[in-house]
Ligand binder design. Sequence first.
Ligand code: GDP
Length: 298
Amino acid sequence: MFENLSDRLSGVFDRLTKQGALSDEDVKTALREVRVALLEADVSLPVARDFVKAVQDKATGQAVTRSVTPGQQVVKIVHDELVHVLAGEDAEPGKLRIDNAPAPILMVGLQGSGKTTTTAKLARRLSQRDKKRVLMASLDTNRPAAMEQLAILGQQIGVDTLPIIAGETPVQIAKRAKQQATLGGYDVYMLDTAGRLHIDEELIAQAAEVRDVTNPRETLLVVDGLTGQDAVNVATNFDEKIGVSGVVLTRMDGDGRGGAALSMRAVTGKPIKFVGLGEKMDALETFEPERIAGRILG
Ligand code: GDP
């Protein structure tokens, strides 16, 4: 499908080295390749441009042109810069602020992004790996099927869900979840908010109201990693309106080259905490900058 960036870069330098010493112009040619590859990996144009500029500064400083294997050296600089941007300041991506039991985690995102699945996957991870007592509650009062879906997933993974009471508002459910989590001695309660196909006022107002009554320790935005630039716009919008503490990128098992992760990090500044790698309940992993960098590089 795509020609792999590492090979492409090495190829450019091999061609050039055969002609003798490398000039600044040669480095520029290689950086053009980097830019095209980033765009093909669905990185947005401004992010790709800034990225190439940062690589150019580093490459110039390191006197790549005099290196014996300039291709490899440029690949390494590009790789290191990718990791640098992807990791940001977040030293421990998979770690959540869930001390002070019961800690509320608010899950937000558009319908179809994988929000309910991710809620259950994360609950399973917190319960099995971190030995936390977790309670999940669906606030999607418009879609009874979504509430049922969470209850079924809860049974599958052995995590409690708040019993469904017909006719309650999302805020009433959130308050009941908080009460039950406190009385029941849970460490964490997760609130799976309603999703819509687009961000609309009602969706935002509802999530904001729930946020205000529960004061979540983490507000995790679930976005489809295959939607590229759209995912970044969704994240910017949610963050402005509700405030997001971290991002989960789903469908990273798909064909995408991972460029959305780079744009997401560069544009929103929000840490990517986890990635979804399939439909199964164990297909959630801690976000690893190295791995995504490797994928973008090919
Ligand atoms: P919601 O509307 O945002 O709650 O979305 P759902 O959780 O119902 O997920 C929608 C579909 O995406 C379901 O078929 C999930 O199994 C699937 N899905 C969720 N996460 C992933 C993922 O990481 N990879 C893949 N391949 N499918 C996923």
